[in-house]
Design a protein around this ligand. Sequence first.
Ligand code: ATP
Length: 980
Amino acid sequence: MNTESKEMGSQNATSDGINMGHLKTVHDEVEARRKLILVQWLNIHLPLLNLPINIKDDDLRACLSNGIVLCHILNKIRPGSVNVVSDSDYSLPSHSENVKRFLAAMDVLGLPRFEISDLQMGSMKAVVDCLLKLRAKSLQNSFRDSISITNLRSSSPRSSSSLVYFSPPSRDHRRKISSSSECNYQHVFSSPIKAESSASLIHHAGHKFHEMFQHGSYADLPAAKISEMMKSNSLENAPTQLLLSIVNGILDESVEKINGEIPHHVSGLLRKVMQEIERRISAQAEHMRTQNYLFKVREEKYQSRITELEALASRTREESEITTSQPQQLKTEKTEVEEKKKADDEDIGKLMKQREDKNMEISMLKQDLETMKKTYELRCSELEAEAKGELRHKSEEYEKMLEDFRNTKALSESKYQNWIVQKNQLQNTVDFQFRSLQQLKVLWGSIKQDIMKEQSIYSEECNKLGLNLKTLADSAEKYHAVLAENRRLFNEVQELKGNIRVYCRIRPFISGQNEKQSIVDHIGEDELVVANPSKQGRDGLRSFKFNKIFGPTATQVDVYNDIKDFIRSVLDGYNVCIFAYGQTGSGKTYTMCGPNGATTESFGVNYRALNDLFGISSSRASSLTYEIWVQMVEIYNEQVHDLLSTDGCPKKLGITNHSQSKGLAVPDASMFPVKSTSDVMELMEIGLKNRAMGATAMNERSSRSHSVVSIHVRGTDLRSGSSLHGNLHLVDLAGSERVDRSEVTGGRLREAQHINKSLSALGDVIFALAQKSSHVPYRNSKLTQLLQSSLGGQAKTLMFVQLNPDATSFSESLSTLKFAERVSGVELGAARSNKEARDVRELMEQVASLKDTILEKDEKIEGPQLLRDLKGVNPEKRAKTSLRRGHTIPKDSSCGSNKHSKADVPQPVDPKHQNDELGKSSDSIEKPKSVSKTTRTVKKQPRSATVSLAKDSAKMSSNIQRSESTNQLKSPASTSRRWQ
Ligand SMILES: Nc1ncnc2c1ncn2[C@@H]1O[C@H](COP(=O)(O)OP(=O)(O)OP(=O)(O)O)[C@@H](O)[C@H]1O
């Protein structure tokens, strides 16, 4: 068979290629190796089999076909798993029955099984697989334990001397063994070593037999013991060799015979042993038959196997043909597989690299983690330290607080104690005060009654006081009215004296002029007689009458005392103009301002007037408040300059229409408020510095400009709220010398001409006013334009006629006196003058008697009431009163005051309003007309109505006649009127 296979293999290798042969060889080697493992395993557990390691399938099939070996090996592994059916049991087909039991046991164990047909014919592969699985199972520890137990139970005792050792049998020799009746399958061992190890596992009963027959004491065996041996199944388990030894022992007459015969119990034993031996021989015979049967079956199987192998060979040849066509494809696939492998290797390399990177990252992360761990530990330690520190600090604070609390507690306790003490004291005090309070309550009741009494008295006194106070209030009310009426009467008296007054002042000879001849012949109260040095006797005398004559010895105070009533009128709302007229060096500046470096005694009219304004306004502060402003300008060469300009260069100013300049003739000139004499002094100093000064041949301090100080006053009545305002112009005129006398030429000549022109214009205006001319030439010079508001009929004008007594200046002085004389009223006409004088005198007498009446005791209030009646508030009453008192009644005694109600003059100074009034009044002289009317009214009174009026008229007539006769005597040319 092998030869044929080899031949077939060589043929295949030659024709179909090497692969098929190689595969088959590998397959065969695998199968051979599996079979070898199985054989070795079987030989170990059933050494009596002594199977060759290269056993063929048929031999193996023959060995296993009856199932006994299978059952034994199973029982070896798992004792008692199956009951083996021996060949002696003919009731059952033992070979198939053992195989079935084995297969059933395999099923129970859950191991793969084979089919009975596999064991009878065909491939042994399934049988080998099954047994190898069983072998694998046996390798488990639990199986080994069970195997050892099984050996103990199945092994038979035997003496070492009686053991039969077999060398590994050949095939022929194995057949002998199989046919031998002495071959006991259970007691055959494959090697002495295994036999010796199994000897210790001899059955107990068999051991007893062995000991008994080993010592040859069969005869001594008691009958009971033999019967016991026969009853037990020890013989069934005893080795066959032992059984044969027993038989030989009995038969070789070692047994003591009784009567030549073998004892009954020994013969029984012998019979029993023989039966056992027979049974065993029959089992062996059955086994041999089974083996023969297996051999036949195996042979048939071999035959079929050969057929299959032939078919397989033919099929393998076809497959090899197919296989030869695939090497190229396999090469291609191999290449692809290698490329893929290479790519995979590269991927693996990349993955390895990534892995290394990841490992690197992991190591770095580990390092970071370590660092963080250290940081964390460090931070933990720090926090712990901080926490400990803070805890320590807190505990210290707590200790401190506790200490403070203890101190506070102690303090509080002490305070509490003090409080308790104080409370007790307070309680005592309260008790004491309560008692005092009770006493006070009683006292308060009595005081209350006293107070009630005092209160009633007080109420009565209050009522009385209220009545007195009411009387006092009424008196105060009347007092204010009296004051107002007094002011009004005062101004009426002033008006009656005359609105234009002329005072003449003769300056003394200044140092160095004492020897010079004086032109002054006589100085009276109101009369001045000058002598012409060039004429002797009465022809050289010339008399002039003025309102007042001040001689060379007259002081500044004397002069001012006579003009201060004018200053007072300014505060009553009148416009007043005071100017000094005279030739250069005649003392105009001295009179108006004072000498250089003037003192309190030598201050001129300007300072005194302003000082007086402040004094009077402060004395009237309870009823009137005053605000005073000052302007200072000069007229030089018919140009107006601001003397209070502080920029060092007096600016040229224009004179505006009164109706457009808010009452200010020079609205652009600087105007400063003054509240004290020092303010005025500062302003005057500034004005004098700015004033244009120049030297002439006539006077070293000759002023060639007109200096005008304008003082604007606004007063407010605190009771009624009405306001008044007045202006005061203080004018220091330029020198009035003749041009030929002053010996000036050029610029100086032009200055003198301007001065003379403006002075002539001033005279023209005054004369026009006196003549009630329809046109007053104010616009002929800047001077008259500027003084327009103060030269009207409602204004009061005072002219100082300054006279130089030096004979050398006689002609200038005479000219000056003549001008002054004209101003004082020469041009008014004697008849009218007289008439007005008489009327004036009558009125003055009436006013004087009225003043006396007012000043009488108990009639202080009646006077103003009478005046009010006379003023026309109630004409009928006025007439009655006047008649009753024997006075002439002025029809309209209004003095032309600029007094306005508050509603009429809303502004602090309302020059517009003022100038409107002034403008209206400037064209005509109201007062003489009023006086005339009054006179006429008086004349219309019935003669029989009053005797006193006739007396007064006669008195006034005689005075006028006397005056006229005096004038004719002293100065025929003089027709000056008497103002007082
Ligand atoms: N009443 C007087 N008592 C003493 N000295 C006087 C008096 N009047 C004038 N004088 C002196 O006479 C001199 C001239 O006076 P004043 O300068 O006032 O004249 P005037 O008219 O103002 O001159 P002008 O027109 O040039 O300014 C001065 O020295 C002045 O002191």
